[in-house]
Write a protein that binds this ligand. Structure first.
Ligand SMILES: NC(=O)c1ccc[n+]([C@@H]2O[C@H](COP(=O)([O-])OP(=O)(O)OC[C@H]3O[C@@H](n4cnc5c(N)ncnc54)[C@H](OP(=O)(O)O)[C@@H]3O)[C@@H](O)[C@H]2O)c1
Length: 388
């Protein structure tokens, strides 16, 4: 009977939450013992055992993750967002380089749990994870080869997490860590922007006072302008480059998509002022998947040289690839901006954990107008978050 219970989903077994336990009929001492066994054994997670379409995603019972290092923290996930990296990794994107990394860290490839960020509660801390204690409400982004967050429990290093903004629900908070850490790497680590060199307003760059020009589809102009962009341009317009030129030249261009549009944007940098073009669409992972690690890296470098250099480097500017990187201290800073109202969450739809597959399909369908979030807590029938 105990082993059966140990295979029951953790969500129904956790002892210190609102969840009903699956052991209500057991005597108290046996109950405590069986609960600890249950926590030590299994949880529900969305896993894949091979790469492919959404059909490969399965809700499975898997062993509970363990603290690997003394600075690790075990976290009960309350909500997680779905990002393009999730459906891309589900389809095999990045497997060549990620497998080299997994091999070095002695991590199995399958079953693979996707999901790159979360908001949740600390269940347990490693001996040296002194920044946090049991019960803390945290948000964060475990490293790409750690277990994913589309699971009931995840392990992250204390450097990858931070106390979540107290004024936000878990569903709101889960919408931000992955994108925030990506933008942080791109703008701070790569483009070298500094908070105290700007003035004030809203959303990360606006919060530091930069003049922000953003592109989006025509039906998203109002949304993006409402977030504080000083100038919004419809990227589907035929005169995009001319329209952007009327705004002036740029010190930093952040390009999420690459391709021809990326090249147009690179031409808009101010010349001979050390301006920087950061692309979030480097060909590295695609090329290494197609050509293997060595040739793939060479061809990605060659691609950078042949596309971006004529546009940017020949005008005295810099070009950089931007990659997501977990960063607990960045999240500390972002949290303070959230608390002062400078950054706000835009959640398009919340799916219950049991419908995570639908959440992937929704995001993969394109044209997002906010974040797609999965929640371990009840979600009302409209998919909107319960008001708190
Ligand atoms: N390198 C990294 O580590 C990293 C990390 C995070 C994200 N990324 C990349 O950054 C991109 C954006 O990520 P996301 O999470 O925001 O994706 P998302 O949730 O799928 O949203 C993409 C949004 O951009 C709009 N869009 C599409 N093409 C555009 C363009 N050329 N100019 C302006 N808006 C455009 C889409 O709407 P419409 O199609 O209706 O216009 C949609 O609203 C993805 O390609 C992702 O792979 C890279």
């Amino acid at each position: 009977m105990l082993s059966n219970c140990a295979l029951r989903p953790l969500r129904r077994c956790l002892p210190d939450t609102n969840h009903p336990t699956c052991f209500n009929y057991l005597p108290t001492r046996l109950l405590a013992f069986s609960r600890s066994l249950c926590i030590a054994h299994s949880m529900e997670a969305w896993t894949i055992d091979g790469y492919g379409s959404n059909d490969v995603l399965e809700l499975s019972n898997v062993p509970l993750p363990k603290l690997q290092k003394s600075t690790d923290v075990l976290i009960r996930v309350r909500a997680a967002s779905v990002n393009p990296i999730d459906y891309r990794m589900r389809s095999g994107y990045g497997q060549t380089l990620l497998n080299l990394w997994r091999k070095a860290e002695k991590v199995d490839e399958f079953p693979l749990i996707l999901g790159r960020d979360f908001s949740g509660e600390v269940l347990k801390t490693g001996r040296l994870a002194r920044r946090f204690e049991k019960g803390d409400e945290v948000w964060g982004t475990p490293s790409v080869i750690s277990g994913g967050t589309h699971a009931e429990v995840v392990v992250a290093s204390q450097d990858e997490i931070s106390i979540k903004p107290s004024i936000w629900t878990h569903q709101e908070a889960a919408s931000l860590p992955y994108v925030a850490c990506t933008v942080w790497t791109a703008l701070i680590s790569r483009a070298g922007l500094k908070p105290n060199e700007c003035h004030k307003k809203r959303q990360l760059l606006k919060a530091w006072g930069a003049y922000v020009v953003s592109t989006c589809s025509s039906d998203a102009v109002e949304l993006v302008a409402g977030l504080g962009a000083d100038h919004v341009v419809d990227y589907t317009a035929s005169n995009l480059e001319d329209e952007l030129k009327t705004v002036g030249s740029f010190d930093v261009v952040l390009d999420p998509f690459g391709g021809d549009l990326g090249r147009q944007y690179a031409r808009l940098l101010s010349k001979w002022k050390g301006s920087i073009f950061v692309t979030l669409a480097p060909p590295v992972l695609n090329n290494t998947d197609k050509l293997g690690a060595g040739l793939g890296l060479l061809s990605a470098g060659q691609n950078l040289a042949s596309t971006a250099i004529p546009e940017a480097l020949c005008s005295g500017n810099l070009v950089s690839w931007g990659f997501f990187s977990p960063n607990g201290s960045a999240l500390d800073h972002i949290c303070s901006l959230c608390l002062s109202g400078m950054i706000k969450p835009i959640v398009q739809e919340v799916f219950p954990f049991s419908k995570t597959k639908d959440a992937y399909a929704k995001l993969e369908g394109g044209h997002a107008r906010g974040k797609i979030v999965v929640s371990m807590d009840p979600v009302d029938a409209t998919g909107e978050e319960p008001s708190v």
